[in-house]
Design a protein around this ligand. Structure first.
Ligand code: HPA
Ligand code: ZN
Length: 341
């Protein structure tokens, strides 16, 4: 019997959606750090960052700009490769608890030794070691996307791209850009993205979260990315949505993040369902889960409740994410089997 698509999902249907094995494409490693983990490191190292926490222990910030500065303050306790090893361990434990079987995370050489290549290699080795341990323990697979930080400027981005290009391979699979979307233009970073592309890396950039559809166009034209971080404000331009659908561009949607930061007032207003119905390849991720009080299970619950996305729909969304994952074909085939299970 097929379900009436207009009827609300039952508790059972929602639980089935939440329990699915999941693929996540858009998560910032430092932004996924549990606040207790950061507080613990601050205490160990005697670094006073008490101002970034609320009385209840969560991260405290007013708006997106302030979020970015609280984020950078939290990163000051991540002082070396060992701290990043522990961070990867803590984050993957959380992801595995949420049923994530494959995840790509943004890694910033800026926070790993200030984009010094030798230091970056050491940080990376520590993170890969933790990822291999987590894979052996929990069956979760991690791949890294090196990101430059937009508000640090194009010159610094070149250094991040060099770290990416020099370590590109089966584990560092992509290059991207995060940070303040109102800092400069996408095209200012073309040199960094070209260098990463030439090294064989796949590309994504944050666009169309704070700025409108023109920013998504710039990402596609000037940086020639195959995925767009967020990209949701493309929904304001039907011709662009059509182009995204036709070209098969994948949108790394993070609905909970958008609602928490006020890009949309309510999940009901979020365009993810409309974009999907228009043929755009949409995927679901958490962005910076503890900052936005979300998890992958909560994202799935909210999408199921709000848009009636049942397990079949979310299975399709996971397949879309896996198709757009930057990993090698063997890894993709292995994960596909886990999604079928
Ligand atoms: N958006 C943009 N840049 C970021 C984010 C984010 O959510 N987290 C860390 N850098
Ligand atoms: Zn992001």
């Amino acid at each position: 019997m097929t379900r009436d698509p207009e009827a609300p999902l039952s508790e059972e249907d929602i639980a089935a959606a939440m329990d699915l094995p999941k693929v996540e494409l858009h998560m910032h490693l430092e932004g996924a750090a549990p606040p207790a983990f950061i507080r613990g490191l601050a205490k160990e190292k005697n670094i006073d960052i008490s101002g970034i926490f609320r009385p209840d222990g969560g991260y405290a910030y007013r708006d997106f700009e302030h979020f970015l500065s609280v984020y950078e303050a939290a990163c000051t306790v991540l002082t070396g490769p060992e701290e990043f090893r522990r961070l990867v361990q803590a984050v993957l434990e959380q992801s595995a608890e949420n049923g994530v079987v494959y995840t790509e995370t943004f890694l910033s050489p800026d926070f790993c030794g200030g984009c010094d290549l030798g230091a970056w290699r050491e940080y990376l080795a520590a993170m890969q070691e933790a990822a291999a341990e987590a894979e052996a323990q929990n069956g979760i697979t991690l791949r890294g996307i090196v990101t430059c930080i937009r508000h640090f400027g194009p010159e610094q981005a070149k250094l991040a791209a060099r770290c990416a290009a020099e370590t590109a391979g089966d584990w560092i699979v992509g290059f991207g850009m995060g940070g303040a979307e109102n800092a400069g233009e996408q095209k200012d970073f073309a040199w960094a993205f070209d260098a990463a592309r030439e090294a064989g890396l796949k590309l994504t950039t944050h666009a169309g979260e704070w700025r409108g559809p023109e920013e998504v166009r710039a990402a596609l034209q000037d940086l020639r990315v195959e995925r767009v971080g967020h990209g949701v404000r493309a929904a304001e331009d039907p011709a662009l949505v059509e182009e995204i659908a036709e070209r098969g561009v994948t949108l790394e949607c993070c609905p909970g993040s958008n609602v928490f930061l006020g890009v949309y007032d309510r999940l009901e207003d979020h365009p993810i369902d409309r974009l999907r119905k228009a043929g755009a390849r949409v995927t679901v991720s958490t962005d910076d889960p503890p900052f936005f009080h979300t998890t992958m299970r909560r994202e799935y619950r909210d999408l199921a409740q709000t848009f009636g996305w049942d397990a079949d729909t979310l299975r399709e969304v996971n397949q879309t994410a896996l198709d757009a994952a930057f990993c090698d074909p063997d890894t993709r085939a292995r994960i596909a089997k886990l999604l079928e299970a």
